[in-house]
Design a protein around this ligand. Structure first.
Ligand SMILES: Nc1nc2c(c(=O)[nH]1)N[C@H]1C(S)=C(S)[C@@H](COP(=O)(O)OP(=O)(O)OC[C@H]3O[C@@H](n4cnc5c(=O)[nH]c(N)nc54)[C@H](O)[C@@H]3O)O[C@H]1N2
Ligand SMILES: Nc1nc2c(c(=O)[nH]1)N[C@H]1C(S)=C(S)[C@@H](COP(=O)(O)OP(=O)(O)OC[C@H]3O[C@@H](n4cnc5c(=O)[nH]c(N)nc54)[C@H](O)[C@@H]3O)O[C@H]1N2
Ligand code: SF4
Ligand SMILES: [Mo]
Length: 759
């Protein structure tokens, strides 16, 4: 039975103030493990899914329940994703953790003080206070001054959008301010702002067995960050016909599992590498002339620019040996197309992130690999679901948002983002400025985390300076909640039924498998309760216990399908799905068939109607329209003076298998694998500094410093450090600059400069 140290246990139980569950034993595994193990109570089987990573894969789970408690987690056969990793099994500890938030609480000391002295309040009091404060701000300053937000938890999004837009604020922002949306934006600049095409191409895809010739994996390590997608990629590999190029500054499990060639690149220089590949393909006549001639815009300019990126120059920029680079180029030239690029939502964490990514993704049209078998496929007949699985109509982004769009808080800072966003997801990274200028005065957040951002203290101050701030979460997280006025207990995945669980064309009903802990309520119910308290009873069905069912019914009512699907249909099919068949056959080359544009004409939704190597949207906004390669804002090349004092490149937030962002440090089953923050350094860099494995080291940047334990590893490229984010007492984001990518507003999490020395 796993044990936790006395220190960890004290940490867990320290939070057991009123409203937080008390620990029952010193070795926290499961509150009733021993009793349930010998209990003769009948076992019930129920079905749900896991949201322990980022509400992304949603691996199916068969749950064994005894005496009303989840006792065992098993694989859910027949579910689209049915892998269960260590984090998935630990969802039991997440559910029953002794420090779970159980009741609404209001603070009784000023915001920002070390101890908010939380006081339990009733839901009635909480809802009345929220309604009074928000309505007061609305009448004094305007509804748009209230920000609605979600963090990495994606599932609450649609309900929070519905709440924001009904209230009259277009200012709903998500963690996608640092994740995914930049890949989507780069894709929109290539293919046009229409969301369905962009979202199906944004992060690329793995190979199709027997069809794909080359798969280039750019900065993505799925064995640790997405085991489900790793399994899929393995299947592609089994055909034996795909060649893999892996581009990563670290020697990851992905490199071991796949790479025919590993390009151990200097962080932030991928744009140069992609342009070098483009140049080689063009110079050797190995590109798709037909596609380029008929369906693309700006080829001549792009080809002329790419010419600058010779093998020699690129090897130097990217710090890759020229012979290794040549091997990769030879694979591209000899294997032919279609190719696929597989990347990740976190890839553009660079000051030149958008343009690096545009350069990468331009290789798809250049090689004629768009929407052909074995290439990057565009979704067939996409359903009108919002990104997080209620309909656009449910989220009210189709009817209310367009009328509110002019009140967006981000347009002045990030106009390309604002102009191409159809869903209502404002860029949040300038939150300190929004609050400082009075553009935002209050916030309602669901699963927010102030440590998500570079120089987190500015965001903590922003929450603190607002007139009112309320947060719904599973736990009280001091690094965020010390700066808010009120916390609300949110129900976890197994305790709730919203949103609908959609995989492609399969819709599953998720029935709650246990009662919510304490007075926790699901995010959908909380939104309906707040909406009702604000005076929108009709839009939120009066809130209350039937809120989730009402939300599901509304989503199904607004689902655009020939044969309507009802709640009862889903119940009857459960635990299986209701599947919506395609009307026609899956299509290739949908741009030829007029399936990508609202007017039904062939082509794309870009200003020119073609794939834009040279972006007219960027030109219109005064940016260089080419996928230009720019050095990171701080780098050995662009700031040699800073580099003298900080001679290491800081790569932060590369995923570790046992944690998701700031979560799960309170779960003993996971915490034992990495009980404290570590900084990884190459053996040569460590030797130069006289450092030993396990030394406590100081990590410094021009912006701050922290202390962590050193792990010496050949995994990381010489000259680069590797540190995970989300550590309360060693928050690497305090060391990162706020030099945002000027197009996407994304922070440079993976390219700044730093130094490591003995603590
Ligand atoms: N330095 C650095 N910083 C980074 C990154 C990096 O690579 N490097 N990555 C960025 C990326 S890609 C992302 S996505 C963000 C992470 O985004 P964050 O929002 O920072 O993610 P988490 O730390 O998971 O915090 C989520 C919070 O939501 C709560 N929560 C979880 N599920 C639910 C739910 O269903 N309902 C409610 N109400 N609450 C819930 C959790 O308890 C937790 O407090 O971080 C970004 N920050
Ligand atoms: N266990 C776990 N899983 C997660 C998460 C988590 O926190 N924990 N977070 C989830 C979220 S929100 C996201 S967005 C995804 C992220 O998923 P991924 O982006 O796949 O995350 P990583 O596994 O860190 O892979 C990124 C790889 O990029 C490399 N890299 C860093 N800088 C550069 C660069 O400049 N160029 C190139 N070519 N490579 C670079 C790193 O060395 C690393 O191996 O993971 C999701 N899954
Ligand atoms: S990969 Fe692991 S943490 Fe993520 S959904 Fe699946 S089981 Fe849960
Ligand atoms: Mo992310």
């Amino acid at each position: 039975m796993p044990k936790i140290s006395r220190r960890q246990f004290l940490k867990l139980t320290a939070a057991s103030a009123a409203g937080v569950a008390a620990a029952n034993t010193g070795f926290f595994v499961h509150p009733d493990y021993e009793a349930l193990a010998v209990s003769n109570a009948p076992e019930e089987v129920k079905y749900s899914h896991c949201v322990m990573c980022n509400h992304g894969p949603r691996c199916g789970m068969k749950l064994i329940i005894k005496e009303g408690k989840v006792y065992r987690v098993e694989k859910r056969e027949g579910y689209p994703n049915n892998l269960i990793c260590a984090k998935g099994v630990s969802a039991i500890q997440e559910l029953y953790a002794p420090d779970r938030l159980l009741y609404p609480m209001k603070r009784t000391t000023p915001k920002g003080s070390d101890d908010p002295k939380w006081e339990r309040i009733t839901w009635d009091e909480a809802l009345a206070t929220i309604a009074e404060k928000l309505n007061e701000i609305k009448s004094k300053y305007g509804a748009e001054k209230v920000l609605f937000s979600t963090g990495d938890p994606k599932e609450p999004r649609s309900a929070v959008q519905r709440l924001a837009f009904t209230f009259g604020s277009p200012n709903m922002g998500t963690e996608s301010s640092t994740c995914y949306k930049a890949t989507e934006l780069a894709t929109k600049l290539l293919y046009g702002p229409e969301w369905f095409t962009a979202s199906s191409l944004a992060t690329g895809a793995g190979p199709t067995p027997g069809k794909t010739k080359v798969c280039i994996i750019w900065g993505n390590n799925p064995p640790w960050s997405a085991p489900v997608s790793y399994n899929g990629m393995k299947t592609g590999q089994e055909s034996g016909t795909v060649k893999y190029i892996v581009v990563d500054p670290r020697i990851t499990p992905t490199v071991h599992a796949f790479a025919d060639v590993h390009l151990q690149i200097r962080p932030g220089t991928d744009g140069a590498l992609a342009l070098c590949f483009a140049n080689a393909l063009i110079e050797n006549d190995a590109y798709d002339k037909d596609f380029v001639e008929n369906w693309t815009h700006g080829f001549e300019e792009y080809a002329a620019y790419a010419k600058e990126f010779t093998l020699e120059k690129t090897a130097e920029i990217c710090q890759i040996p020229q012979e290794t680079l040549k091997k990769a180029v030879d694979i591209l030239l000899t294997e032919g197309s279609p190719i696929v690029c597989k990347s990740s939502a976190a890839f553009p964490h660079h000051t030149n992130g958008i343009n690096n990514y545009r350069a990468i993704m331009s290789l798809i049209p250049l090689t004629g690999s768009l929407d052909v078998p074995g290439g990057l496929k565009i979704a067939d007949e996409p359903l009108n679901f919002d990104e997080w699985q209620m309909t656009f109509e449910f989220a009210r982004s189709s009817d209310l948002l367009p009328q509110l769009d002019h009140l967006r808080v981000d347009r002045e800072y990030f106009p390309v983002w604002a102009d191409t966003d159809q869903q209502g997801s404002v860029q949040l990274n300038r939150l300190p400025e929004y609050v400082e200028t009075g553009a935002i005065k209050a916030c309602v957040m669901f699963g927010g985390n102030a440590m998500m951002w570079p120089q987190s203290h500015l965001y903590q101050k922003a929450f603190q300076d607002m007139e009112f701030c309320v947060a719904a979460d599973f736990y009280i997280r001091p690094w965020t909640h010390n700066y808010v006025d009120m916390v609300l207990p949110a129900a976890m995945s197994w305790e709730r039924s919203c949103p609908l669980t959609v995989f492609g064309r399969k819709i599953f009903l998720r029935e709650p498998v246990v009662e919510p802990a304490g007075e926790a309520r699901s995010d959908y119910r909380i939104c309906c309760d707040i909406g009702t308290a604000l005076g929108y009873s009709e839009e939120f069905w009066g809130g209350g216990e039937k809120s989730e069912e009402n939300c599901i019914r509304e989503s199904l009512r607004t689902l655009k399908v020939d044969t309507p699907i009802t709640y009862e249909d889903l119940q009857a099919a459960s635990p299986g799905p209701v599947e919506i068949p395609l009307k026609g056959e899956p299509q290739n080359k949908k741009y030829e068939l007029g399936l990508l544009r609202p007017d039904g004409k062939p082509g794309f939704t870009t200003p020119t109607g073609k794939v834009e190597f040279v972006s007219e949207i960027l030109r219109e906004h005064g940016f260089d329209p080419l996928p230009t390669y720019n050095e990171p804002v701080q780098s050995p090349v662009s700031t040699p003076d800073v580099y003298k004092e900080y001679p290491l490149i800081m790569s932060s937030g590369n995923r570790v298998p046992m944690y998701t962002h700031s979560k799960e440090r309170n779960l003993p089953w996971l915490n034992q694998f990495m009980p404290e923050p570590i900084v990884r350094l190459n053996p040569e860099d460590a030797a130069e500094r006289n450092l030993k494995d396990g030394d406590m080291v100081k990590l410094r940047s021009p912006y701050g410093e922290l202390t962590a334990k050193l792990e010496i590893s050949v995994m990381i490229k010489k000259g680069v450090i590797d540190m995970f984010h989300g550590w309360d007492k060693a928050n690497v984001n305090e060391l990162i600059s706020r030099d945002f990518d000027p197009i996407s507003g994304f922070p440079p999490f993976k390219e700044g400069l730093c130094q490591v020395e003995k603590a």
